[in-house]
Design a protein around this ligand. Structure first.
Ligand SMILES: [Zn+2]
Length: 198
């Protein structure tokens, strides 16, 4: 059986089990979504948002791209942030990087081309700004430190967006912005940056 066929079967079993456990589950799920959080994470298949946060469908609005970037002219991430803030009124926005990120690693290597090269140039900019610190590290540590710095920069970029500035002008407390790092080796999330309305 092909992998995708297995997934369709797994879905049937999950829907059936869930309905047996809670008859109203899908009725409630279909009615509305009121998530409190927006998650901006990496597309990496190992960082499964719902699984690592142990959240249920409906609890988190999610955007994922290679290396969890907030690019100021990327209409995809901007519309997700706008919808999350203005319509869903999420209270917390999490940018989650992860150690061993392939996108971050690739940004440090040669031979990239096309859209990937253009996308990863955003991380190359982060490297340039912290070149002295990063060049002094061992190779393994350098990737993970760049993961941290990249995540911090993305949160700071979020804080500068008009969408966030407007929300902060209207509300003294929310949304709060968070930089988290997921450690694939331990399964743990760590908060490395917190920003609230100033
Ligand atoms: Zn990644």
């Amino acid at each position: 059986m092909e992998e995708y066929q297995k997934i369709l079967l797994q879905n049937k079993a999950w829907a059936q089990d869930t309905h047996e456990y809670d008859e109203e589950y899908f009725t409630r799920l279909a009615a509305t979504q009121t998530p409190q959080l927006l998650w901006i994470g990496c597309s990496d298949s190992r960082v499964s948002t719902g699984r690592v946060t142990d959240t249920m469908p409906g609890e988190m609005f999610v955007h994922r791209n290679i290396a969890n970037l907030v690019v100021e002219d990327d209409i995809n991430v901007l519309s997700v942030v706008q919808y999350a803030v203005e319509v869903l009124k999420v209270r917390h926005i999490i940018v989650c990087g992860h150690y061993g990120c392939g996108g971050v690693k690739a940004s440090m290597s040669d031979g990239k081309s096309g859209q990937i090269a253009q996308w990863l140039s955003n991380i190359e900019d982060v490297y340039e700004r912290h070149r002295d610190e990063l060049d002094a590290l061992s190779e393994a540590r350098r990737v993970n430190r760049l993961v941290e710095l990249n995540t911090i920069v993305q949160v700071k970029k979020l804080a500068k967006l008009d969408i966030i500035r407007r929300a902060w002008a209207a509300d003294a407390h929310y949304p709060t912005l968070h930089g988290w790092i997921f450690d694939l080796g331990t399964g743990l999330l760590d908060e490395i940056l917190y920003m609230a309305p100033d």
